[in-house]
Design a protein around this ligand. Structure first.
Ligand code: RIB
Length: 309
């Protein structure tokens, strides 16, 4: 069984600042670092490092070849990545404040040049029982979800960054949702008052009722994460660390979680183990700067858990 991650590849320009810039304000950054990133790439790096058989599909420009090297170094198959000559690689301008929080501007570039012909050619190499992992940083998502369903793949959706395009997808075809509270509120179409104080347990119950065939992983920030497949509810607290940079923490969680699930299945014990490893890997990522470079190796995750438990 193979995992195809059809997702974004970005060059991240990370500006370290005292605070996130306000409207009309000009501030100088303490540093600028350039990292490999993109939710798709980060999740593939985490999957690859965690030991999954992962194939990345997506597009870059001539200026993004370094990104394929980063993926290969993490054990990811990059044969399906398309290099376009007429468009530049996607990028992200990331402000990282002294608390380690961030805000991000995306420029789609090659990530927004995915054609139906390219999707057809990639998916012709995958079939029934294989997994496809998707985020929301590439175009033609609707076509990909339908096509993956037609060929019998299991679909994982991380609806991030959330926007109206997600609500137009055939969400009934999704086998796994991995999302945060804000994304859950929007997918559920909750009113402002219902969304004001979102309650994780209530949200996951509502998601389970709306998508009865799907498994759901809801991340709750400092409150940890919770999983349901409709019959069990499994909770995982966070591991507390000093926050340096939260970029790619969610992507690291997703990669480590699905590496475990695709290897060991989704019985309760396997899910508990997957959530624990994913929480540990993302805690390590939070304690380091950058997106893909902050994602730990499995040995580091094992050592971290050994020390914490
Ligand atoms: O999830 C973090 C990622 O979001 C960054 O690497 C950036 O490229 C944006 O896609």
């Amino acid at each position: 069984m193979k995992i195809l991650n059809f997702g974004s590849l970005n060059i991240d320009y990370v500006y370290r600042l005292d605070h996130i810039v306000k409207k009309g304000e000009t501030i100088s950054s303490e540093s600028l670092n350039v990292y490999s990133g993109g939710k798709g790439l980060n999740q593939s790096v985490a999957l690859g490092k965690a030991g999954a058989e992962v194939y990345h599909a997506g597009a870059i420009g001539d200026d993004g070849k370094l990104l394929t090297e980063v993926l290969r170094a993490a054990g990811v198959n990059t044969d399906h990545i398309k290099v376009l000559t007429e468009v530049r690689t996607g990028n992200a301008i990331i402000q990282n404040d002294k608390e380690g929080d961030n805000c991000i501007i995306l420029y789609g570039g090659a990530n927004q040049a995915i054609t139906e012909e390219y999707v057809d050619s990639v998916l012709s190499d995958f079939g029934k029982g294989d997994y496809i992992i998707l985020q929301n940083e590439i175009n033609n998502m609707d076509y990909i979800v339908k096509k993956a369903h037609d060929v019998g793949m299991k679909t994982v959706l991380n609806p991030s960054p959330m926007n109206e395009k997600i609500l137009k997808l055939p969400l009934e075809y999704i086998d796994y949702f991995i999302l945060n509270e804000i994304e859950a509120v929007q997918i559920l179409g909750l009113s402002e008052s219902e969304a004001a104080e979102p309650d994780g347990e209530k949200l996951i119950k509502m998601l389970g009722e709306k998508y009865p065939g799907a498994c759901i992983v809801l991340t709750l920030g400092a409150a940890g994460s919770v999983y349901t497949d409709g019959s069990v509810v499994i909770k995982q607290p966070i591991f507390k660390v000093k926050t340096v940079d939260t970029t790619a923490a969610g992507d690291t969680f997703t990669g480590y979680f699905f590496s475990e699930i695709t290897k060991n299945g989704n019985d309760s014990e396997s899910v508990k183990e997957a959530m624990k490893k994913a929480a540990a890997a993302s805690a390590i990522a939070v304690s380091r700067p950058g997106a893909a470079p902050s994602i730990p190796e499995p040995d580091e995750v094992r050592e971290f858990l050994y020390e914490k438990l």
